[in-house]
Design a protein around this ligand. Sequence first.
Ligand code: SF4
Length: 85
Amino acid sequence: MTNWLDRAACRDVDPETFFPTGAGRLTERQETRAKSVCRRCPVRSECLHSAQLHASDDGVWGGLDAGERRALRRTRAPRAEQGAA
Ligand code: SF4
């Protein structure tokens, strides 16, 4: 079985690109750059699924920043609970 991380588009990109700190235009630019790498990543869905599974609250994973992933979790949680009932 192939590890999906072996096919990640970010393998050769500075990891700090995906973990912008602070706020402001520089951070926004860093986040935009990270998301642009994710857009061409063949394992984006696997990455996002893993980040959601581990409730990762830092950095860009699967093309989404932490706030976007939290929002996604909120929209999906009620459906998961309905399915479990
Ligand atoms: S989706 Fe983005 S963070 Fe995830 S493996 Fe691909 S390039 Fe890396």
